[in-house]
Design a binder for this molecule. Structure first.
Ligand SMILES: [Ca+2]
Ligand SMILES: [Cu+2]
Length: 350
């Protein structure tokens, strides 16, 4: 892990946070003090509590609904932008996974061209395609990375306030360490996304488009070949382009998928679903592998939120219960992240 030496977590101390928790000498509750003293700009205090996680009404991986409790934490109001990520890279000289040649030892049998620096980009087919084969729209593009999100000829010059994409798990971990933050667990992410609405379909309520209003950057039209852009955006949107949820968090549905710290497992494998799980941490690393995968076994993290590519005709994952398993070496044009800060990060170290 050569990245560790590049990290400068000390340079951005959590001083603001420490002052907030130490300054308890008033009648205000600790939570209120916390809320008033975010450790970094644009972070929101999520008070924590109990909620119903998952859904029984959609994809099997979201079931069963189960009761979960999370402690309070701060969460970024926005997903990390290209501007944020560029600052990290400028200060540390960090190189993302997609910008490096892959180690053939990790990918036995891979063709040499597959090891060249590259990333996965959504390329819209010109007409209807076989929906069972996602390579009809996901293309491994040499030279695609966070600076060139749609391929080597593209740039982020006009996308500085868009979410950073093409960041693999090690990249988001490195960013979080540099920023003095952590990655949310799936339970924290879903609790926050629900914005206080118990069991609602969407992060804003039960209707996809209340009063005809577009509440998130998703796909209108027939995926993957016809995007009518009725919400104003064909690809990513600048962060905060749609209304925030009940907690003041933006883009907790659509725009880009978001990494969480949890190793993936089926909700169905949760121990004792009768009882409230407190700050659950997902699976063990060894249990997160895709059992159907024949080649290299890459452990998988849970990603949440859906993206600008989620379409009612294909993938209705623009909901807080929705989840996907993403191998940690995945970098792709619709996956980004946001961070949290916990009161006691040591207790929930990623
Ligand atoms: Ca859209
Ligand atoms: Cu989707």
């Amino acid at each position: 892990m050569e990245i560790k030496s590049l990290l400068v977590p000390q340079s951005r101390s959590r001083r603001g946070f420490d002052e907030a928790v130490m300054n308890t000498g008033s009648s205000t509750s600790k939570d209120d003090l916390s809320a008033n003293h975010p450790p970094f700009p644009d972070m929101i205090w999520i008070r924590g509590g109990e909620f119903l996680m998952g859904s029984n009404k959609h994809y099997p991986e979201e079931a069963p609904v189960h009761r979960v409790r999370v402690d309070g934490f701060w969460m970024d109001a926005f997903t990390v932008t290209n501007r944020n990520f560029q600052r990290f890279v400028e200060e540390t000289g960090y190189t993302t996974l997609a910008e490096k040649t892959a180690d053939p030892g990790n990918y036995p049998g891979a063709l040499p061209e597959m090891l060249a620096p590259s990333s996965t980009v959504f390329i819209k087919p010109s007409g209807p395609v076989d929906m069972r084969n996602h390579y009809n729209w996901w293309v491994y593009v040499k030279g695609a990375n966070w600076r060139h999100p749609r391929g080597p000829a593209s740039s982020i010059r006009k996308l500085m306030d868009h979410p950073v994409v093409h960041v693999a798990w090690e990249d988001v971990e490195a960013y979080a360490a540099w920023a003095g933050k952590q990655l949310p667990t799936e339970a924290e992410w879903e609790f926050a996304a629900r914005g206080g609405l118990e069991g609602a379909e969407f992060v804003w309520g039960d209707e996809l488009r209340p009063n005809g209003r577009h509440m998130a950057n998703i796909w209108q039209g027939e995926f993957p070949y016809r995007n009518t852009k009725e919400d104003g955006f064909e690809y990513t949107a600048p962060v905060g382009s749609f209304p925030p949820n009940g907690y003041g968090l933006y883009d907790m549905a659509g725009n880009v998928w978001q990494w969480t710290a949890d190793w993936y497992q089926e909700h169905g494998r949760i121990d004792s679903p009768c009882c409230t799980a407190v700050n659950p941490r997902g699976a063990a690393r060894e249990d997160s592998f895709d059992q159907r995968e024949q080649g290299a076994k890459i452990p998988r993290k849970v990603t949440k939120g859906g993206s600008h590519l989620c379409a009612p005709n294909y993938c209705r994952r623009y909901r807080p219960a929705a989840r996907m398993a993403q191998p940690i070496d995945t970098s792709i044009s619709h996956l980004g992240f946001r961070c949290v800060v916990r009161k006691r990060p040591d207790q929930l170290a990623t």
